[in-house]
Structures are given as C-alpha cells and as structure tokens.
Ligand binder design. Structure first.
Ligand SMILES: [Zn+2]
Length: 339
C-alpha cells in the first residue's frame, strides 16, 4: 500500500503552523480513536495513519526531513532517540499489515492530554512498546441483566508471551518446544464481564487490558465484547422504551379502572380512563430502560387488550345485547367498502 502524504492525512497545508497541525490532529484523533469506534478496522487504520503523520510533522527536525526526502526522510538519521528499536503506539495495527512505527517517540503526556477528558484518563495508560493486540468476543446475556445490569463470563483463549522461552522463541539454539518458535502461546481464560444497566442488543463492551498480553512488559490490548441480548417472552425493548400488552375486562375498559401493570422495575399501579378502547396505548414515564450513554430513562408503554369471557351463557348474552344497544353508531361505519 502506498503511503499517503502526511499533510494530506492531517488535512493541512504544507506551510501550516505547528498549532494548526496540532489542532488538526486532535480533531481527527477524537473522531477516529478506537475507543470511539470499537471494532471498526477502517477507523483503526486511519487512526494509525493520523498518528504517524502527526509524529513526524509535530517535530521540526522530522518535518524538515520529511519535506526534503518524503517518507524516507524522518526514519533516516533524524531519529532523536529510538535507534532501530521498533515501537508501537496507539491501537494494534491490522493483522499482517501496516508499516511499523519505527523510531517514533512516544509521549504519554500528549495522549493523556488529548484523551484525558474524553476517556477518563484511560488513554494515557501505557500505550507503548510491544503492546498486546486488541481482541474480541461475543456473549449472550439474559434480557434482565441487559436491562438492569449484571455479570457474565466469557471463556476465551488469550495470547500471552511464552513463559518457557521468555518470548524469544528459542532456548539457546533450540526452537522452544512450547511455542514452537513464535514466542507466543494462547491460554484458556475466563473473563468476568460487568454488563452495564441498559446494555443494548448488538452493543459492545470494552474490557481494558483483557486483550492479548504485551511482550517484554508492554501493556496488554483491550477486549471488545459484542453483546447479544436474549429476547424476553413478555417485555419488548424498542429504543429506551419497554413495551408490553395488558389484558383488561370489558368493565375496566368501559368504566375506567386502576390496574397493576408489569414493568421491568416491578408492578406499577396505573389508571385507565373510562371509554378506553382495545389496543389503546398508555405510557408510564420513566419506567423504561436507563440509557448508559445518555443517562436518560425511557418509558414503559403498555397496550390494553379487552378480554371477553370465553364461555357463552344466557346472562352473558343479555349483558352483551345491552352493550350492543349503547353504541353511538354502527362500529364498522367508518370502514371503506373496498378498494
Ligand atoms: Zn516459547
């Protein structure tokens, strides 16, 4: 893959002052950071590109070298500290691809500065040398736990540094028998996952530090868990609202009544007004789901279904006949005659 021009990557002109470069970087980094786009490989790739461009253009020496020699410039002799040592920063590169970040300086203070407010300071945590790859998994959680919060566990295989050879892949001149030369092994592990209140079907939970382990003391990657929420036999979630059907008697609907309505938070006493019709919907404010992103709580919306006694009796026929005489107009008078 051909490397894009660093100025183009940041969307600044070649003579842009340092402040503009920094501004452009911050804007793009906020938009593309993996915490904001979990699992989005394209965003991840772009984020790395931006990171790399900024690493060069922020430093006068490297920028000058880049201006003169292009992409070959900054890594040829203008490296103030890194030597030949490979360093990675930011998210893990896509598997098997991407240029290594050779010789770029890592400045945790810089990252903390940018992501401190957005991510509660988490961004400053050792995104440094030999960081472990991010990994992903999925779980199915009961409806109740997704709505009210709970815990789940996920069994997975976590990649770690091989303890036998200390990640070197060789013991003396022999290939390490445990990792067969790769320096890495996968170990079964069960990770406990806190399901936040209001977790949505298809949502992602980030578990910091539970991705692959780093090498040589590098920080581990993060684990991204996709959540499938099992459907509930009665309640249905639409957005932050919960929907359910509540059967009522003819009298309750006709004369109005106070009834118990099941919500995800338990039974709630509610009034239906006189003259309520079948399939009419009512709303109980604030009895829905708390949205973990907005902190807002949705409503409980219930639809009434008017039930009739199933067994036909003479008294029932009399009562129904009496009701029949009370309609203001024929019940089907508003229907069309056909197409
Ligand atoms: Zn080994």
């Amino acid at each position: 893959m051909k490397k894009r021009d660093y100025y183009e990557v940041l969307g600044v002109s070649r003579d842009a002052p340092e402040a503009d470069i920094k501004k452009a970087y911050r804007r793009l980094a906020r938009k593309l950071h993996p915490d904001v786009n979990p699992g989005d490989k394209n965003a991840q790739k772009k984020f790395q590109e931006v990171q790399e461009a900024y690493d060069v253009l922020r430093e006068q020496d490297k920028r000058r070298a880049y201006d003169r020699f292009g992409h070959a410039g900054p890594s040829m002799g203008f490296d103030p500290g890194g030597g030949g040592r490979q360093e990675r920063r930011g998210p893990s590169p896509p598997p098997g691809g991407g240029a290594p970040f050779e010789g770029f300086q890592f400045d945790p203070a810089d990252l903390g500065d940018i992501f401190g407010n957005l991510f509660g300071g988490g961004g400053a945590r050792g995104r440094a040398r030999e960081q472990g790859e991010d990994s992903s998994g999925s779980i199915e959680v009961p409806f109740r736990d997704a709505i009210l919060g709970g815990f789940a566990s996920l069994s997975l295989r976590r990649e770690k540094e091989c303890a036998r050879c200390d990640g070197k892949g060789r013991i003396g001149r022999e290939l390490c028998p445990v990792c067969r030369g790769s320096g890495r092994i996968a170990e079964a592990e069960t990770v406990k996952i806190r399901i936040p209140e209001g977790t949505e079907n298809g949502g992602t939970i980030r578990i910091p530090g539970k991705g692959s382990e780093g090498s040589r003391g590098g920080a581990p990657g993060d684990l991204y868990v996709t959540v499938r929420v099992a459907p509930h036999p009665y309640f249905e979630r639409l957005g932050d609202d919960i929907h359910g059907i509540v059967p009522v008697t003819v009298k309750e609907a006709y004369a109005g009544a106070e009834i118990d309505v099941p919500t995800v938070h338990g039974l709630r006493r509610a009034r239906i007004p006189p003259g309520s019709q079948g399939r009419q919907k009512f709303r109980l404010r604030g009895q829905g789901v708390k949205n973990p992103r907005t902190g807002q709580t949705g409503d409980h919306i219930y639809t009434i279904r008017i039930m009739l006694p199933k067994t036909e009796t003479p008294a029932g026929i009399d009562a129904a006949t009496l009701l029949d005489s009370l309609y203001e107009k024929p019940v089907r008078s508003d229907l069309p005659k056909g197409l």
